[in-house]
Design a protein around this ligand. Structure first.
Ligand SMILES: Cc1ncc(COP(=O)(O)O)c(C=O)c1O
Length: 432
């Protein structure tokens, strides 16, 4: 009998957390490492939000609470989603979860049988592909193209929809590309879904970056469009918008109360409830009149950093970088850098077991950490199916401007270091 259940072989991961181990090793070897790997705001949670949680803890709000979430937060979010998406949401349709990540698993477990097809963006948040595979679904990546600003058309989606499609995942603004679907894109995507999918198909709309938008872009939720609220699970949370990643606070808005009860039951089975003092602070984040100014301050910073990072990356020989419209990531194409450093040739010469674990962009990722002290994430970390020949890195710009300057400078030097790369491969110590 095996120690691990068979299904464990199908579970992927989120490399942003795994890269931490490489950073620690590189630091132990004497590097100082600039962290472009983690997707979290570098700002602290606004003080007025923290104060509510502290007061709640001091006043004894430290016990179990309703598994679906505290009534005040469910009501606040139902009002917010009704207003911002132009739909009518009842508190009973809202389920509070510890972060915006659990609803991904809950959705796959609730709606998808083995063999059903799940369409998801690639590059995209890695948990989509990981959990689709884990539940035995057939993963169907919808490849986002750099040439289209990492957006996709209704036509491209339409070609992937079959009678086996059960779930369509979309994410705008996107992690890892920062791409934002325009109002017209979303309208035509909704039209295709309404036309081609029956009422049992669900759309998972990951909107965690809804407030982080640049150049005057506005957030448009697919749930706002005719016929879509009944099919769409809207997911968002506090982590990115209010710099609350460690509070573990997110939520899902389900098409019906019955579906919300399934999510509540997953909470009961797995976590019981989301901490009540986090939720109380979460209400404050939504209702305080101080919130908008705080969010604007953070977004302005992210925009300023993007405005520095994109031209600086484009100035590196062999790198092209699209201009993201939201979130706090840039996603440069490093195909030319791989050519300049002879990465493809070196890659070919590696033993098969290493080649399988580390594609060319992963080799660059490792080279940058261990030889230049820059932690990035490779393309395959955001969906590996069908992405073998795509060579990109993700850099999170949720770090101060000075570090961004320093980090990109180091990348520029690395991009010219053919001998250093050859030596890194020859040494063979940290290739994957
Ligand atoms: C697209 C996307 N969805 C969901 C999450 C999970 O967010 P949380 O930290 O609130 O669980 C993230 C976090 O990086 C994300 O980028």
């Amino acid at each position: 009998m095996n120690l691990f259940a068979d299904r464990m072989a199908t579970l992927g991961t989120e490399n942003a957390f795994q890269v931490g181990a490489d950073i620690a090793k590189a630091e132990a070897e004497g590097m100082d490492v600039i962290r472009f790997n983690l997707g979290e705001p570098d700002f602290d949670t606004p003080e007025f939000i923290c104060k509510v949680a502290c007061d709640n803890i001091m006043n004894g709000n430290t016990h179990y609470c309703p598994p679906a979430g505290i009534p005040q937060l469910r009501e606040t979010l139902a009002n917010d989603i009704s207003k911002t998406r132009g739909v009518s949401v009842a508190p009973e349709q809202v389920v509070i979860t510890p972060g915006a990540k659990p609803p991904i698993s809950y959705t796959l477990l609730t709606y998808v049988n083995p063999g059903d097809e799940v369409i998801y963006p690639s590059p995209g948040f890695p948990i989509y592909e990981s959990m689709a595979t884990f539940v035995g679904a057939t993963p169907v990546p919808l490849h986002l193209k750099e040439s289209k600003g990492f957006s996709f058309s209704a036509d491209e989606l339409s070609q992937l929809i079959t009678s086996k499609t059960k779930l369509i995942i979309i994410c705008s603004p996107s992690n890892p590309t920062g791409g934002v679907l325009s109002g017209e894109d979303i309208e035509s995507i909704a039209e295709v879904i309404n036309e081609k999918c029956d009422s049992s198909v669900r759309v998972y709309s990951d909107e965690v970056y809804e407030r982080i938008l640049f150049d005057g872009s506005v957030h448009k939720s697919i749930a706002s469009l005719p016929g879509m609220q009944d099919k769409t699970i809207v997911v968002s949370g506090h982590s990115k918008s209010f710099a609350m990643t460690g509070w573990r606070l997110g939520f899902a808005v389900l098409p019906t109360e019955q579906e919300a009860e399934c999510f509540t039951n997953f909470n009961i089975n797995i976590i019981s409830c989301t901490p009540p003092f986090s939720q109380a602070a979460g209400v404050e984040a939504y209702i305080s009149e101080k919130t908008d100014a705080e969010v604007l301050r953070m977004v302005k910073n992210f925009e300023e950093r993007r405005d520095y990072a994109v031209p600086a990356l484009n100035a590196i020989d062999g790198v092209t970088c699209a201009n993201p419209k939201g979130a706090f990531y840039v996603f440069p194409n490093i195909q030319g850098m791989c050519e300049n450093l002879d990465v493809f040739e070196h890659h070919k010469s590696l033993p098969t077991e290493i080649k399988e674990q580390a594609g060319p962009s992963k080799l660059i990722q490792m080279f940058l950490i261990y030889r230049y002290g820059v932690a990035t994430m490779d393309r395959q970390s955001f969906g590996s199916i069908g992405s073998k020949d795509m060579h990109f890195l993700r850099l999170s710009t949720a770090t101060d401007l000075e570090s961004i300057r320093k980090g990109i400078n180091r990348m520029d030097k690395a991009s010219k270091d053919r001998d250093g790369f050859a030596d890194f491969i020859k040494e063979g110590k940290h290739l994957c």
